[in-house]
Design a protein around this ligand. Structure first.
Ligand code: AMP
Length: 407
C-alpha cells in the first residue's frame, strides 16, 4: 500500500518520502481515506503509531485541493486573524512537536502553520496571527486567551482536531475545550485522537454530533498490543524504594546505557535524582512543570541531539516528546494508570525501531503493577540485578485484577 493510493497529493508524498516514510502505518491506512472523504473521526491510537501524520497528511491534502480550486476562481480564501484548522494538544511540548511535523509535511505546499502555547510572551504569536494562519496548533489555555483578546477569530474554521483527548481530560481541560468548541462554526469536520476513549472523552464526541446535525463520526481503533509490544523489550526489577537511585546508576554504568528517558512522579524527586546521579559521576538533567518553557525546550533539544544522555522527566512534562530513535525508557516510579504505562513505553520502539522499557517496582506499587499487567494481558519479565537484594518482596501479579477504588 502506497501513500499515493490513500489519496494524498504529490507534494505531500514527496515531503514524506524525503523523511524516509515508505509505507503508511496501520492508523494512517485507516484514517487518511476517512478524513479525505470529509467525515468526522474518533480514533483510538497511541502516540508512536504515526497518528500525527494520520491527521495532518489528509488535512493538508484537503486544504491544498481547496487552494487550487480557489486560485482557479481567483478567490482569496483566508482573511486576517482567521484560521482554517485548529489542532488542540494537551501540552506545550506536543504543540511544538505537532507544529514541527506540519511544517515538514507541508514544505512543498503554500500553506501556513504555527503553534501557540503558554509560558512564553504572546505578542509574537499575536503578530503572526494578523495575516491569518491555515493550520494552528494550540494548547487550550493560550488559545482561549488569544480569542478573548480578539487576536484570532474562528468564523472560517473548517477542521477541529483534538489530539491526545484523554490527556486533555486528565489535565482538567474539559471545560476549556467546551468553551472553545462553543465558539467554532457548527459546520466543520471533527477529528479526535485518544489513547483511550473513556466517558470523559465521549463527551467531546457528543459535542461533535451536535455540530454535525446527527451525522455520526466514524470510529476506528488501533490496538495498543499491536502497536507497542512487538518492538519493545519490557522488563522490571523489584526494588526497595531507598535503593532506586543506586540501582539506576549501576544500570547506567554496568549496562553502558547510551540514552534513557527516566520517568519520575514528583517534581522535587526529579531534581533530587539528578543530584544523586551527579554524585555518582552521571550527568543528567530534568524537565518538569516548574522549569521555564525556554529551559524545557533547551533541555529537550540537548536530549534529542544526544548532547544530554539521561533525561529525568515528570509524566506531564514528558508528554508528546518524540525522539526519533529513543532506545530506552525507565519507569523510575511506576505510573498509577495502565494507560500511562503504555503511553510512556510508546516513547521507545517507534515506527518499527526496537526499544527497551524498564520499570522499578517497589512493594507499594503492587496494585499498580497488577493493573498494568492485567491491561497488557501478560506478566512483565522480571530480572534480578546482582548486588541489589530486595527486603520487601513484590508478589507475582493477579492478571484479572480490577482496582476497587479510583484515586
Ligand atoms: P506519532 O505517533 O505521530 O508521534 O509518530 C511517531 C513517529 O513515527 C514520528 O517520529 C514520525 O515521524 C514517525 N512516522 C510516522 N509515520 C511514519 C511512517 N509511515 N513511516 C515511518 N515513520 C513514520
Amino acid at each position: 500500500m502506497s501513500f499515493l493510493k490513500l489519496g494524498l497529493c504529490n507534494p505531500i508524498v514527496q515531503a514524506i518520502e524525503e523523511l524516509g516514510y515508505t509505507t503508511p502505518t496501520p492508523i494512517q491506512k485507516q484514517a487518511i481515506p476517512i478524513i479525505i472523504s470529509g467525515k468526522d473521526l474518533i480514533a483510538t491510537a497511541q502516540t508512536g503509531t504515526g497518528k500525527t501524520a494520520a491527521f495532518v497528511l489528509p488535512l493538508l491534502t484537503l486544504f491544498n485541493k481547496e487552494n487550487k480550486e480557489n486560485k482557479e476562481n481567483k478567490e482569496r480564501c483566508l482573511r486576517g486573524k482567521r484560521i482554517r484548522a485548529l489542532i488542540l494538544t494537551p501540552t506545550r511540548e506536543l504543540a511544538v512537536q505537532v507544529a514541527a511535523n506540519v511544517a515538514q509535511y507541508s514544505k512543498h505546499l503554500n500553506l501556513s502553520s504555527m503553534a501557540v502555547y503558554g509560558g512564553v510572551d504572546s505578542a509574537p504569536q499575536q503578530q503572526r496571527l494578523i495575516e491569518g494562519i491555515d493550520i494552528l496548533v494550540a494548547t487550550p489555555g493560550r488559545l482561549l486567551d488569544l480569542a478573548h483578546q480578539r487576536a484570532l477569530h474562528f468564523d472560517e474554521l473548517e477542521v477541529l482536531v483534538l489530539d491526545e483527548a484523554d490527556r486533555m481530560v486528565d489535565m482538567g481541560f474539559s471545560d476549556d475545550i467546551k468553551k472553545i468548541i462553543e465558539r467554532l462554526p457548527a459546520d466543520r469536520q471533527n477529528l479526535l485522537f485518544s489513547a483511550t476513549v473513556n466517558n470523559g472523552v465521549r463527551i467531546f464526541a457528543d459535542y461533535f454530533s451536535a455540530s454535525k446535525m446527527g451525522r455520526p463520526a466514524v470510529e476506528i481503533s488501533i490496538s495498543p498490543e499491536a502497536t507497542t509490544a512487538p518492538n519493545i523489550d519490557q522488563w522490571l526489577i523489584t526494588i526497595d524504594k531507598d535503593t532506586k537511585s543506586a540501582l539506576l546508576s549501576h544500570l547506567i554504568n554496568e549496562q553502558k546505557w547510551d540514552q534513557a528517558l527516566i520517568f519520575i512522579e514528583k517534581k522535587y524527586s526529579a531534581a533530587k535524582l539528578v543530584a544523586q546521579l551527579a554524585k555518582r559521576g552521571i550527568e543528567a538533567d530534568a524537565i518538569h512543570g516548574d522549569k521555564s518553557q525556554a529551559m524545557r525546550e533547551k533541555i529537550l533539544a540537548d536530549f534529542k541531539s544526544g548532547k544530554l544522555k539521561y533525561l529525568v522527566a515528570t509524566g506531564i512534562a514528558a508528554r508528546g516528546i518524540d525522539i526519533g530513535e529513543l532506545s530506552r525508557v525507565v519507569n523510575y516510579d511506576l505510573p498509577f494508570k495502565p494507560e500511562e504505562y503504555i503511553h510512556r513505553i510508546g516513547r521507545t520502539g517507534r515506527a518499527g525501531a526496537t526499544g527497551e522499557a524498564i520499570s522499578f517496582v517497589a512493594m507499594g506499587d503492587f496494585k499498580n503493577l497488577c493493573a498494568i499487567e492485567s491491561r497488557l494481558n501478560h506478566i512483565i519479565n522480571r530480572k534480578e540485578i546482582e548486588g541489589f537484594p530486595v527486603r520487601k518482596v513484590v508478589p507475582v501479579s493477579i492478571l484479572n485484577y480490577v482496582r476497587k477504588s479510583k484515586r
